[in-house]
Design a protein around this ligand. Structure first.
Ligand code: NAD
Length: 297
């Protein structure tokens, strides 16, 4: 049994914390939202009154927070001053690479082992304990990191040193955003050309256009495996979340001097869809914008 402090038990962190409880670990949770905290307390976690209380005798501290500013503030003001330096610190939020490196440096200076460990997989994978973790950490810390993440994980891969986990995450999601738009454009064109969507799916999924956005996450309802498109694009991976990740990728590209014209277009396209009021819909719903069929949503 490990003593785990879990900070941020919202849509993702809630399920993740409960999987730690299910594996027999003692979880002290904290969240600004009383509702989020109640959900994990009902599932067997202890609701702490503050972050300081949650981390004070923790062996592992896990954060699952909205963005870089939350992670920087919580680490600087709450976790680093109050956790024992023997604790392993794991930030699983999706944040910018620079923030991850700043927090890693501050943690290391105080003698902590730290890893950025963002996840792939949405709330269903968080609840099921089948997330994929991409880890940036010192090589010597990885075995400990992997063991601490195991109750929440299907696979854990070390991407490199601090910040590399976040770099892998935003590169992966930029590719996903671009490939989903490409898949939707191909379906929309196929329709205009009189090609049945299921025929296009069968042919392209066995041809060189094959990609995850097509074969595993088809945006066309009723075609391919069950996806968010079959639930009128509810649940799944929200457009607003994809937009956040594409913005992180564009910021990182600007700072690193990388050319990402397709990523920039994908960001602009998802920003438009978000502004039209569809930020809560699954990111594959852009198919309906391309078809001129927003009334379907
Ligand atoms: P969420 O908003 O449901 O959860 C975040 C929680 O953090 C909230 O409950 C909020 O109250 C809490 N919080 C914010 N500031 C806090 C503070 N100072 N102290 C304590 N608690 C605080 O968001 P989520 O969907 O769970 O996403 C969390 C992270 O996971 C994000 O970085 C997101 O990009 C990433 N992510 C989300 C998904 C997804 O499908 N939802 C998938 C992969 C990664």
């Amino acid at each position: 049994m490990s003593r785990i402090a879990f900070i941020g038990v919202g849509n993702m962190g809630g399920g993740m914390a409960l999987n730690q409880v299910k594996k027999g670990n003692a979880v002290a949770a904290f969240d600004l939202s009383a509702d989020a905290l109640k959900r994990v307390a009902d599932g067997g976690a202890t609701a702490a009154k503050s972050i300081a209380e949650a981390v004070k005798d923790a062996e592992v501290v896990i954060t699952m927070l909205p963005a870089g500013q939350h992670v920087r503030q919580v680490y600087a003001e709450q976790i680093l001053p109050n956790a024992p330096t023997s604790a392993l610190l794991l930030d699983c939020s999706t944040i910018d690479v620079d923030s991850a490196r700043v927090v890693a440096k501050q943690a290391k200076e105080k003698g902590f082992a730290f890893a950025d460990a963002p996840v792939s997989g949405g709330t269903a994978a968080a609840d099921a304990g089948t997330l994929a973790f991409m880890v940036g950490c010192d090589e010597g810390d990885f075995a400990r990191v992997e063991a601490a993440l195991a109750p929440m994980s299907r696979i854990t891969i070390r991407a490199g040193d601090h910040g590399a986990g976040q770099a892998a995450k935003i590169c992966n999601n930029m590719l996903l955003g671009i490939s989903m738009i490409g898949t939707c454009e191909a379906f929309a064109l196929a329709e205009k050309l009189g090609l049945a969507p299921d025929r296009f799916f069968e042919i392209a999924s066995k041809s060189s256009g094959q990609c995850w956005s097509l074969t595993a996450y088809s945006p066309w309802p009723g075609v391919g495996p069950q996806t968010a498109s079959d639930r009128n694009y509810e649940g799944g991976f929200a457009t607003a979340m994809m937009l956040k990740d594409l913005k992180l990728a564009q910021d990182a590209a600007a700072r690193a001097g990388a050319s990402t014209p397709m990523g920039a277009n994908a960001e602009a396209f998802y920003a438009l869809f978000d502004r039209l009021g569809y930020g809560g819909k699954d990111f594959s719903a852009v198919l309906q914008l391309l078809r001129g069929n927003l009334d379907a949503l």
